[in-house]
Design a protein around this ligand. Structure first.
Ligand code: MLT
Length: 333
């Protein structure tokens, strides 16, 4: 399919650009304040290439590499809803050279869904900065036989045995968001796990799976080219990137409210000066047009300055762990 080939080519180009993002403009204020960083930094992305976490990581890391004066190597360590890569980061030496781009799934919902999760999101990491906030959409393959949300509900309820739902593994954002949706609609379709919603989106575009709850960043291009369709945004506000998509509240399901987020974490015990250097770089990067424009163009929300501090991120993780523990307790399959 032509769209798929073009999307893959775009992703490859983005990956190549980021891989080559050597520091052209080392920022004096950051590079002079300490010897850190003096060598390349590895940024673990716990999901597959081409998905929302990977795309955000590549946009932001290209700018961070310039500001920090060192290359940033994006390492996709996938599996188990992002918990494998996240655990690897938690166990890395706390020296600022291994970081992870976590999210609402890896650093909150996973706690409720993995009784033996090998890390504690609120204890085993030094929070660095919130990087992006992301609306979530209910999406379906283009030929799915429902024209709007009301028809979707009727159709899914009467075809539960044959319908399937793509997600990025237990505890991922796509899994958690659709668990909430399914619980609210009292449906229980078959889940099809992928290593990220990059490959899951490819399957949705190809018509191999029926529906998915995904982050807008991953859906904007396929929606514009109409190779998939969206029924609602999981929240109460429409998004300017997709202004015609109604909210779940408008469609009579106000409790379908989920917002995903991405944030940078270092292992716990990372020296405060290193965390401060990284946080300063993220804060600056988020205000650069090279970051803001692609992020907002893809429908991500750049966090406000007061949301970018390590303390604000620590508070967010604590609050979200509690929230998802409560929400998911009621709806474990
Ligand atoms: C991804 O990058 O593939 C997603 O963030 C996965 C998810 O959590 O749904």
């Amino acid at each position: 399919m032509r769209f798929l080939a073009r999307a893959r080519a775009l992703r490859r180009a983005a990956a190549l650009a980021a891989a080559l993002a050597v520091p052209l403009l080392a920022a004096p204020a950051l590079s002079q304040q300490a010897s850190y960083p003096s060598r390349p930094i590895t940024l673990i992305v716990p999901f597959a290439k081409g998905g929302p976490t990977d795309v955000v990581a590549r946009i932001v890391s290209a700018e961070l590499a310039k500001l920090l004066g060192q290359p940033i190597i994006v390492d996709n360590v996938v599996g188990a809803g992002g918990t494998i890569g996240t655990l690897k980061a938690a166990q890395a030496p706390p020296d600022g050279y291994t970081l992870v781009l976590g999210h609402m799934g890896t650093h909150a919902a996973a706690v409720a869904l993995y009784p033996k999760l090998g890390y504690r999101p609120d204890v085993d990491f030094a929070p660095v900065a919130l990087v992006a906030r992301m609306p979530i959409l209910l999406l379906a393959r283009r030929e799915f036989p429902a024209a709007d949300f009301a028809e979707f509900v009727l159709y899914v309820r009467s075809h539960q045995d044959t319908i399937n739902l793509a997600h990025a593994g237990v505890g991922s954002v796509s899994h958690t968001a659709c668990m909430l949706l399914n619980h609210l609609l009292e449906i229980n379709p078959t889940g099809v796990p992928f290593n990220g919603t990059g490959p899951a989106m490819d399957a949705l575009v190809a018509g191999q799976v029926d529906y998915m709850c995904d982050q807008l960043v991953n859906a904007v291009l396929p929606l514009r080219t109409e190779v998939i369709k969206a029924y609602v945004i999981a929240g109460t506000e429409r998004d300017p990137a997709v202004p015609t998509i109604p909210t779940a509240a408008e469609e009579g399901l106000p409790k379908f409210q989920v917002e995903a987020w991405n944030a940078l974490f270092a292992p716990k015990n990372t020296p405060p000066a290193v965390v401060a250097t990284l946080n300063g770089a993220v804060v600056r990067a988020l205000d650069q047009p090279e970051v803001r424009e692609p992020m907002t163009g893809l429908g991500a929300i750049v966090p406000a300055p007061d949301q970018r501090t390590p303390d604000a991120l620590a508070g967010r993780v604590r609050g979200e762990v509690q929230k998802w523990r409560m929400v998911l307790k009621r709806q474990m399959p």
